[in-house]
Design a protein around this ligand. Structure first.
Ligand SMILES: [Zn+2]
Length: 247
């Protein structure tokens, strides 16, 4: 029997039988895996809190024939504000869904692990407007996955002037001389481009202080959604829920 010792984030948990739960863990050292918490549905069980969504804990996990099983656990961090604030909960759910979907089983990705943990900590402790956090997180995530959009120069020729188009397939902003090269190039307002660049580069802390007109946010939303579709071929269910709660 093989034992794995690792810190992990609970991305989600489901009921698997009358007494047990199964959790999707993003482990720091072994990537994403499904682990059963025996007896987790019983209030007196030592595993009752072991697979609460979004907690960070140190786990000892053993590999059974069909499943992994949690053998021991010790809490590292829980997120009280996320549990009691619906907007924060919606953002954490979005983080959890996106990470679950982009990760293959048992594929270690330490950079993405720490990014996920850091993003959850930011949701817990900061008060950033829901849509602004969601956009910034998504741009940072897609960049970490290798698809960082070019936003400060033309994605085709590299020039910094006349960046008045955006093309998902060409990889970002496109200048007026190059836009015909990209089939899906669309006109882009300069203020939206500036906003996207800020969302990508700024630390989460900086986002608490910004206020952006609704029309700019709507444009940014369209561009980011299309960009994610083009490069990841995914839409995320929990996005709509978070966006509905946005100011
Ligand atoms: Zn160009």
């Amino acid at each position: 029997m093989r034992f794995l010792k690792t810190e992990a984030i609970v991305l989600k948990s489901n009921l698997i039988s009358e007494k047990d739960k199964i959790a999707t863990l993003f482990t720091r050292d072994y990537g994403k895996l499904q682990a059963v918490a025996k007896g987790a549905r019983r209030s007196k069980s030592r595993f009752v809190n072991a697979v609460r969504p979004f907690i960070v804990a140190n786990y000892v996990i053993f590999e059974g024939q069909n499943y992994y099983y949690i053998d021991q656990w010790e809490l590292v961090k829980n997120f009280e504000n996320i549990e009691k604030d619906l907007k924060k909960f919606a953002l954490a759910s979005y983080i959890s869904e996106t990470i679950s979907r982009v990760l293959e089983e048992k594929q270690k990705n330490t950079k993405l692990y720490f990014f996920t943990k850091h993003s959850l900590e930011a949701v817990e402790s900061l008060n950033v407007e829901t849509s602004i956090f969601l956009f910034s997180y998504t741009l940072k995530l897609i960049s970490l996955l290798g698809y960082m959009p070019v936003l400060d120069s033309c994605a085709i020729c590299g020039k910094k002037e006349n960046l008045s188009y955006f093309s998902s397939s060409c990889g970002g902003a496109v200048c007026k001389d190059c836009n015909e090269t990209c089939k899906d190039a669309k006109f882009l307002n300069k203020k939206v481009l500036k906003f996207l660049l800020y969302l990508l580069k700024a630390k989460y802390e900086k986002l608490e202080r910004i206020s952006v007109p609704g029309v700019i946010k709507e444009e940014a939303d369209k561009i980011i959604t299309e960009y994610v579709r083009t490069h990841l071929e995914m839409d995320f269910k929990s996005k709509d829920f978070a966006m509905k709660l946005s100011d």
